[in-house]
Design a protein around this ligand. Structure first.
Ligand SMILES: *Cc1c(COP(=O)(O)O)cnc(C)c1O
Ligand SMILES: [Zn+2]
Length: 413
């Protein structure tokens, strides 16, 4: 469908000013880049006429492009080969019982082409950049958004200029370099890299994929919620638990559930729970204090590098998602994150990076705190692959190989 017909308007999350479908690729000029994030709304009534449960049930496409009717591009871009999305959901009855919930599913987004949830947003970002005729695309990232963008830029033959903190795990940097991106490793934090990237994009006219600045990233991220609905037979779980850094994923999930509700594809919405690392939890603080936005936090620290964000850029969408859905924010210590890496590996066979394990550790805490009840059906979003951060994985394992000679007598029985 033509973009002008399917996108109704873009709406400022703060002042509700509306923009036409091709009027903005950024934030609201009245509210500025830290408050004026935009939400994309579609022509739901018209779309619903030919986009129904049966339409989806008959559709074979095993990727997020199965939702083309509610994605902000006119057609599936030919150049972006890798299969993104339609990731597996595993039903885990034994772990459900151990944790104390009725049903537990984990959705493994670590199997995406670059190994993280960020692929959902990056492929949309590159598709939008191609629509605008841009040849250079840029992003600041704790690592995953960058490696993901580098992959899709490579597919599309675009130049990618990437800003990461110098401390990004080396596997993520290796991905960037192998995909051929130009990598600027900043002697500073992710938050500083973000501001540097924004200024460079503006000055050079590069297409900017940055979280929250680009209104279409949530549209890619929402597809995980659509998949959860479909994979559970259009009966959403009672709760969805996900880790939170900038807040784009949790905001995107909420948008996805709302889109399906508006289209009449589901009848009710789940509660959303956001989990931060205790060492860097500005959105938890804002939630507890009843604020609409997070005050920047300096010097946050956690092993979950992907969510080590002191100045969450999608605070409005994130806080709105947990409040409107009657969920909550919580936080877990690094020790609990390392334990969750072990549990997921040893009891579910899924190897996740620390930020993904954070969500699972959060679920345990939410059940202990009584925020999630024993009779509830819960989905946990696992956002990144364990191979992304080997140093922390080795630490989490709590084990070491036994070095022996090639001598049978040294092999234990
Ligand atoms: C980016 C990321 C998150 C957090 O997403 P936000 O949109 O920043 O809240 C969580 N886990 C992983 C693995 C990520 O890469
Ligand atoms: Zn505004």
């Amino acid at each position: 469908m033509d973009l002008r017909r399917k996108i109704h308007f873009l709406e400022c999350d703060r002042c509700q000013r509306r923009f036409g479908p091709s009027e903005s690729e950024g934030t609201c000029p009245d509210c500025g880049p830290t408050l004026g994030t935009l939400t994309v709304w579609y022509a739901y009534d018209e779309i619903a006429r030919s986009f129904q449960r049966e339409t989806l049930l008959a559709r074979r496409e095993p990727s997020l492009w199965r939702y083309l009717e509610i994605l902000p591009v006119p057609e599936r871009p030919a150049l972006l080969h890798p299969r993104v999305g339609w990731t597996p959901m595993y039903d885990l009855p034994r772990l459900a019982q151990e944790i104390g919930v009725r049903r537990l599913w984990i959705k493994d987004d670590g199997v995406n082409p670059s190994g993280s949830f960020k692929d959902r947003a990056s492929c949309i970002g590159v598709a939008r950049a191609l629509l605008q005729g841009k040849t250079t695309i840029t992003a600041a990232s704790t690592g995953n958004a960058a490696s993901s963008l580098a992959l899709f830029a490579a597919c599309a033959g675009m130049r990618a200029v990437i800003f990461v903190p110098q401390t990004a795990p080396s596997a993520k940097v290796a991905q960037l370099l192998v995909f051929g991106a130009e990598v600027l490793a900043i002697r500073g934090t992710y938050d500083q890299a973000f501001d540097l990237c924004l200024a460079a994009a503006e000055k050079n006219g590069w297409y900017c994929r940055n979280t929250a600045i680009n209104p279409f990233m949530s549209e890619g991220k929402k597809t995980a919620a659509l998949e959860i609905c479909e994979q559970l037979g259009f009966e959403p779980p009672d709760c969805v638990v996900v880790s939170v850094g900038d807040g784009c994923i949790i905001g995107g999930l909420w948008k996805g559930f709302q889109d399906f509700l508006r289209l009449g594809l589901i009848q009710r919405l789940p509660r959303l729970y956001g989990v931060q690392a205790a060492g860097c939890a500005p959105l938890l603080t804002a939630f507890q204090q009843g604020q609409d936005m997070a005050a920047p936090l300096l010097g946050g620290h956690t092993c979950a590098d992907s969510i080590c964000v002191g100045q969450p850029r999608d605070h409005l969408k994130a806080l709105r998602a947990v409040r409107q859905s009657h969920g909550a924010m919580t936080a877990v210590e690094d020790e609990a994150i390392l334990e969750a890496i072990r549990t997921l590996a040893r009891k579910a066979g899924v190897f996740v990076e620390p930020a993904a394990a954070t969500a699972f550790a959060g679920l345990k805490k939410l059940v202990e705190d009584g925020l999630i009840g024993n009779d509830e059906r819960v989905a946990v979003m696992l956002t990144g692959n364990g191979l992304k951060d080997i140093a922390t994985a080795l630490r989490a394992s709590g084990r070491e190989p036994t070095v022996i000679d090639p001598d049978p007598s040294q092999v234990p029985a």
